[in-house]
Design a protein around this ligand. Structure first.
Ligand code: ATP
Length: 361
């Protein structure tokens, strides 16, 4: 019942198409993140699933049931927004108990459920506190608890952590994942933060400009991005992409990067498909998957960021800028020259004309 199927879903606002023909199947009990930059159509998609917006065309199915015309209150969904919606004149306990009380649940059951959810969200010591005395962080926790206590089969969360502070966000990521594991709801989670999506979701639907770009597990979208948009959007920093022309060499097919020289030979499995592409390509590799070497791309160090033990070295500039991430201090300084070698199995190549990944045959 709580699988969600979006079929040819389209949403237009006047002449503007906010969502273009979205097809997405979310399994029962799956944690699906809708991920993309501001304005890509995530909230519009979510609002249609919730029943707050009507699709312009296409279908939304919960299980086998078509949701057309089914009002929000009858869809069995829980919804948590970026801005917590709670009653500030009530205590935390009263807020959590509100839903079950409205449904006429017996007192003992309400107490049991409030106790369990408060424990899970670390709200037990705060149960008798008035909501107007609580921080934004705690209020959002209460809002999540208020929805979760209804044990909805489908739980929809739209940027629920964007107003809470960074340290608390990390804690909440873990708690939300645990909450979903415990209740086994189908969870749809809207975020523009790839880290949230990568750490929590079973699968991620990456969106841009109203178009679904790729659906996959966090590792699939990280390792095998479908196109240059996903390659850049996933990862922090995103994938390095250098434009060049495929060229034959005595060591195999390479990419001629102009002033940067030629790349190491492309993996054998990739070479035939790259040869067939004709035209420019992007040579892609993850910043985490490079080594300092005596053969590779020779580039000037333009900036060094040290984040604890982790070091992000910025190399080159403009269109030929790349970043390399090391788990220690590699002793490079601005103005020096570094030779970096991308790890061969991690190299990806994209058609520069279409932006699509070139797949190994
Ligand atoms: P954000 O995180 O900024 O909300 P989003 O990916 O959730 O981004 P949506 O809110 O779904 O994006 O909006 C998608 C596009 O549709 C945006 O360009 C937005 O301006 C437009 N849009 C959304 N709602 C309406 C509306 N009611 N009328 C007109 N345009 C709208």
């Amino acid at each position: 019942m709580s699988a969600i199927h979006l079929q040819n879903l389209v949403k237009k606002f006047g002449d503007f198409t906010a969502l273009k023909t979205m097809d997405l199947a979310i399994a029962d009990g799956e944690f699906m993140a809708l991920l993309g930059p501001s304005g890509c159509g995530k909230s519009t998609t979510m609002n249609m699933i919730a029943g707050m917006e009507e699709p312009t065309s296409g279908k939304i199915l919960f299980g086998e049931k078509d949701m057309a015309g089914v009002p929000m209150g009858r869809r069995g969904v829980g919804f948590v927004f970026q801005n917590y919606a709670i009653f500030t004149h009530m205590t935390v306990r009263q807020n959590l108990a509100y839903g079950p009380r409205m449904r006429g649940a017996p007192r003992a059951e309400i107490d049991r459920r409030v106790g369990a959810i408060a424990e899970m969200l670390q709200l037990t010591p705060l149960l008798e506190r008035k909501a107007d005395r609580l921080s934004v962080n705690i209020l959002q926790r209460v809002a999540i608890g208020r929805s979760a206590i209804m044990e909805p089969a489908i739980f929809l969360l739209d940027e629920p952590l964007s107003n809470v502070d960074a340290a608390f966000r990390a804690v909440m990521r873990t708690e939300l994942k645990q909450l979903q594991r415990q209740f086994k709801q189908t969870m749809v989670y809207v975020t523009h933060d790839q880290l949230e999506a990568m750490t929590m979701a079973d699968r991620i639907a990456v969106m841009d400009h109203g178009v679904l770009q790729q659906v996959g597990t966090p590792l699939e979208v990280y390792n095998n991005p479908a196109n240059v948009f996903v390659a850049r959007f996933i990862g922090s920093p995103g994938m390095n992409l250098l434009k060049g022309k495929p060229a034959e060499s005595d060591r195999g097919l390479v990419v001629d990067l102009g002033p940067l020289g030629v790349t190491p030979p492309l993996p054998d499995a990739l070479a035939p498909a790259v040869r067939a592409t004709r035209g420019d390509v992007f040579y892609g590799f993850r910043p985490e998957q490079v080594a300092l070497s005596d053969r590779g791309l020779t580039m000037p160090v333009s900036f060094v960021e040290r984040i604890g033990a982790r070091t992000i070295v910025h190399l080159g500039d403009g269109e030929s800028a790349v970043k390399a991430v090391f788990e220690n201090d590699v002793g490079l300084a601005i103005g020096q020259t570094a030779i970096v070698a991308p790890a061969a199995p991690s190299v990806r190549v994209f058609d520069a004309a279409t932006g699509q990944a070139i797949k190994a045959d």
